[in-house]
Design a binder for this molecule. Sequence first.
Ligand SMILES: *Cc1c(COP(=O)(O)O)cnc(C)c1O
Length: 421
Amino acid sequence: MDHFLYIDGALCAEQVPVAEIAAQVGTPFYVYSAATLRRHYRLFDAALEGTRHLVCFAMKANPNLAVVKLLGDMGAGVDVVSAGEYLKARAAGVPGARIVFSGVGKTREEMRIALDGGIRQFNVESEPEMDALSDVAVALGKVAPVAVRVNPDVDARTHDKIATGKAENKFGIPISRAMDAYARAARLPGLEVVGIDVHIGSQLTELAPFEAAFCKLAELTRALRGAGHDIRRLDLGGGLGIPYRRANEAPPLPQEYGAMIRRLLGDLDCEIEIEPGRLIAGNAGIMVSRVIYVKEGADRRFLILDAAMNDLVRPAMYEAHHDIVPATEPAPGAEPLRYDIVGPICESGDTFARERDLPALAAGDLVAFRSAGAYGAAMASEYNSRPLIPEVMVAGDQFAVIRPRPSYDEMIGRDNIPAWL
Ligand SMILES: *Cc1c(COP(=O)(O)O)cnc(C)c1O
């Protein structure tokens, strides 16, 4: 269930008709439901009830300050992958003690920023990174708490671009080398080993790959403890998938995921950290766009929208499916028409969907892309010099712009023409 439903024939975000938001902020725009974000966070929190745990929102999925603050205020931690995300999380009021820093390529500057500001844990992904982090910590007179991200070599059975737990992926230290890596970490003066980290991929639609990875993690925990390491936290990463098609069978629920975690890891007496991104934010947001033209091609009918691949890149980048619905509820029995749904950008990759059945639409009508709250605005760009589209949050019957649309002048003003040109 989410909070984007038709009320009296009008698609609403919670209680606000999207047409009303469109009239105020223009199109296209993203809109997030506060109630859905809260509900999804609570589902994970409840799924781990009875264990010591911290749900760390993977903010790369949706880094808007208002979204991060809403979750942080509920007690969520945050998983960050850059100094920019770290500083945004702090600006949203999340204390350093609830921030986990992930990523294969942290720079010394990023390490300094996080150590200075306070951090719960670095998830380190290579031996050279360990050496660098230890140096930076020693120079600051600090000790960096670390979990080593291990690569368990399991197939997440998801899209290639978002699988991260196979031996051929760039992520983590091969689990076969973990004992050596921990021995090295223990010798480094600037590091304190606190746990183990794993993240095998995103948009997983079954539990089996998680189960395979977590079994290896349990085994490794025992082996590392046997070697004298104080393993007290297990960071299990994110990756639980969401139903992008309403008609499809839903992926496993957080509750089943939590039950599996307790079954496999419950007897280790570790604090459990999880890093869901997509499942918290994905179905908490939609992107609303307006039809510019309906164009009859040689053998196809094109719905040309004012949104494009720069605003929502998932279809072009991952062949991803988004349900697309009209803002006005179709009349029962209305004859659908078949459309290719495209944006205005000058490449054929700018196609959101092919041969999609929708009720007859005309220029000026609004449509909504469902499941767009994660990796939507977060991955947007200004390709084709199209200003980033605004983001809106609704809560009940109120809404606010949480990121305004930049003006053309603001966009142009960011470039600089050298005096010698
Ligand atoms: C991307 C990522 C996540 C979040 O993945 P979702 O599929 O959005 O849940 C969590 N942890 C790490 C290390 C990541 O890179």
